[in-house]
Design a protein around this ligand. Structure first.
Ligand code: SF4
Length: 223
């Protein structure tokens, strides 16, 4: 393995892959039900990005010069980001991810940046919401309404990632931990900052919390 960054990423993806492979059809359906509202959010965010930013970003970063985003080892990922993308990856996409993590990253860009763009089928949420200052200035100046849309997406993201109440990203960690997964990216169960937020909100901070909640919620969603 090449470098701590690649090793940690590899370890998380491997943990997700193993659990996914061992899931029953019913458990997989439960998981897919859990992420459905989040995927709706991500699809709307992608449509916004495509509509408002794509032409500027393509011209500025791909046709004319270096990208400020997708920098070397600068990306922050949650364990849940990895779960979501592997749930949407076929075996070829999965192999591509492991291939880049198992060799040295000799360029100055993110290890996941391939010739055709990001190797993740569903990019980490931190990447999906990131626009550089130059892009924001250019787009929001011409389209002020796009700024309020973007701010609204940023608020909506918190519904899934900010644990002042039960949130999907925490639930996904629990789901996988209960099935034996371990990873350096289990921040909702290990990060002192996020644990403090959960504790302040009166949420249990032990790992067996959410599965019953998720099960009930998802069966309701599917009925
Ligand atoms: S994960 Fe994908 S979108 Fe995020 S920095 Fe890497 S290549 Fe870019």
């Amino acid at each position: 393995m090449y470098g701590d960054y690649n090793r940690d990423q590899w370890q998380s993806f491997e943990a997700v892959r193993r659990v996914l492979e061992a899931l029953s059809g019913e458990e997989r359906a439960l998981l897919e039900g859990m992420i459905r509202p989040y995927m709706d959010f991500r699809n709307r965010l992608d449509a916004f990005t495509h509509r408002r930013f794509e032409s500027f970003c393509r011209k500025t970063c791909f046709d004319e010069g270096p990208a400020a985003c997708c920098g070397f080892e600068s990306i922050f990922t949650f364990f849940a980001d990895q779960v979501v993308t592997l749930l949407h990856s076929n075996s070829e996409a999965l192999r591509a991810i492991f291939r880049v993590l198992e060799r040295p990253n000799r360029n100055r860009h993110c290890v996941y940046l391939g010739k055709a763009g990001c190797l993740w089928k569903v990019r980490p949420i931190g990447c999906a919401l990131f626009f550089c200052d130059q892009a924001k200035a250019a787009v929001f100046e011409r389209r002020p309404e796009a700024l309020s849309d973007w701010e609204s997406f940023r608020r909506e993201e918190k519904e899934y990632t900010w644990p002042s109440k039960p949130v999907l990203f925490d639930e996904l960690e629990t789901f996988f931990m209960l099935r034996g997964a371990d990873s350096p990216h289990l921040y909702f169960h290990r990060s002192p900052g996020l644990l403090r937020v959960k504790k302040r909100a009166g949420l249990p901070v032990h790992q067996t919390f959410f599965c019953e909640t998720s099960r009930a919620k998802c069966s309701k969603d599917r009925s």
